[in-house]
Every structure is written in C-alpha cells, then in structure tokens.
Design a protein around this ligand. Structure first.
Ligand code: G3P
Ligand code: CA
Length: 253
C-alpha cells in the first residue's frame, strides 16, 4: 500500500514534493529535497536525464538554460561539465553552488527516509535509460520495494511498459495531460502495466478518479501551486498530490 489508506473516515493522501519543495529551494537539488524531508512530505519527485558520457542526472528541462548558469542541451554535456554548473543561484543567492545531483547519490541519500517518485524525463532522447535506472535500483535492492516507497513514472508510456518488464515489482505511473488518455479503453490498456494514472489536475473529475480506482490503479495529480488546487484534489479523492508547496497538503489529513 503506497497511497491512500483508510483510517476510520480519515483518508491519507500522499504528499509529493514536486522536484523537491521547489517553491522554497531550487528544483531538483539537494536543498529542495532536504526541504521536502524537513516539511515531512511523503515523497520527493525527481526528473531523471542522462549526460553525454552516460551519467544519470536530475534536471527538469532538456536544456540547462533555465535552472543553471550554462546553456545547451543536457545530453550534450559531459558529466563533469554538468557538475560544474551552478544550479542554485537562479532561485536566490543563498542557494549559490547547488549542483545538479546524480540519480545514484539521491537514491543513497534519501531511500528509506522519504519516498521517491522517479520521472524519466524525455526518455526518447536517452535510449537505454530504462536499463540504467533498473540497474541502479537493483544494486540497492530497491527493485523489491516492500517497505520502500519507490514509483517510476513518465509521459513516455512505451518507456513505462519497458520499465515494468525490467522491474516488475516497482509501481509504474503513466503521466498525461491529455483527455484522450482518459477513455475507458485507454485506461484499461494502461492498467495492464501501470499502478498509477497521474494526470494534470485540469482533467481530473470525480468520475475519472472512480474509473481509475475501479481498474485497481491509484491516481496522483499535479502540479499544485495554490491552496485552491490542493483543496480541489483533496475533494476529488486522489491518492497523491504532487505539489511545489508541501505545506498546502496537510500530511496528516
Ligand atoms: O510529477 C508530475 C510532473 O512532474 C509532471 O510534469 O513537467 O513538472 O515534469 P513536469
Ligand atoms: Ca516531473
């Protein structure tokens, strides 16, 4: 059971810190992940991409331009070059010197302390990234996450089908912002390999939540940046809320 639990009439919603507590610290950095732990979120959400020389790194955009002092495509940089970039200053001088983290250092630092929602970002740009992610999980026994909260998700659904074959015990999530993915037929197909259906909140309805649940999947929704959006999703009965502001989702509700 990774998501909603019923205790009396209290429903537990997983509070997922989007790219870390990214309202308060630079997204996809240790500063943002530590902040999420401090704020008692249930999970951190991370975006995984790959350097030119094959290192798995955490960054959201497919270029480094917005969140570092460099310019260019993530996949065109050698790891040491990515590592020398400043991934914190854009968010405030107090974060100067934050580095782009590696996937393996974040697994080591946080597994067992907080859940990890792993997004394979633009995996079509990084052939074979699924095998590398599976390898890192297996090395740490995180492919059998009995007591560990690990989920893998992507907008690239083929990639998630593949991931499900590589690590069948790890819960898989399908990301979408498309209503075309909410038909009964589409949802049934996702349910053959996915455990979570994770839509943008603009397409969430109570009916969708019920449909997803009736196919034995859970539903996590994004990206909360206002109290109103958090309240809406709590009302809809989703299992997980992916938010820049963990404080908008009471972890004890
Ligand atoms: O976890 C869901 C969310 O992260 C998907 O959108 O663009 O923020 O990666 P994005
Ligand atoms: Ca993401």
């Amino acid at each position: 059971a990774f998501a909603s639990e019923t205790i009396g009439d209290l429903r537990k919603v997983d509070n997922v810190a989007h790219r870390g507590a990214s309202a308060y610290a630079p997204e996809n950095t240790i500063a943002a992940f530590d902040k999420a732990v401090e704020m008692k979120a249930d999970y951190i959400e991370i975006d995984v991409q790959r350097s030119k020389d094959g290192e798995l790194v955490l960054i959201h955009d497919t270029t480094v331009d917005r969140t570092t002092d460099g310019t260019g495509k993530v996949g065109d940089f050698m790891f040491e070059e990515l590592r020398s970039l400043d991934a914190g200053s854009w968010k405030g001088e107090q974060f100067a010197g934050e580095q782009i983290p590696t996937f393996d250092e974040i697994l080591d630092r946080y597994h067992g302390k907080i859940g990890i929602l792993i997004e394979l970002k633009a995996s079509e740009l990084y052939p074979g990234i699924e095998e590398s992610v599976a390898e890192e999980l297996k090395e740490r026994n995180l492919d059998k996450p009995q007591n560990e909260k690990i989920i893998i998700q992507s907008f690239n659904h083929k990639s998630m089908e593949k991931m499900n074959n590589l690590v069948p015990k790890v819960p898989i999530g399908v990301l979408t912002s498309s209503r075309a993915d909410t038909t009964e037929l589409a949802l049934q197909e996702f349910s053959t390999y996915a455990d979570y259906f994770n839509p943008s909140y603009g397409i969430v309805t109570e009916e969708l939540v019920n449909q997803v649940h009736s196919l034995d999947m859970k539903i996590g929704s994004w990206t909360v940046r206002s109290q109103e959006a958090a309240d809406f999703l709590l009302d809809m009965g989703v299992d997980a809320i992916i938010t820049d502001y963990p404080d908008y989702v009471d972890p004890r509700n």
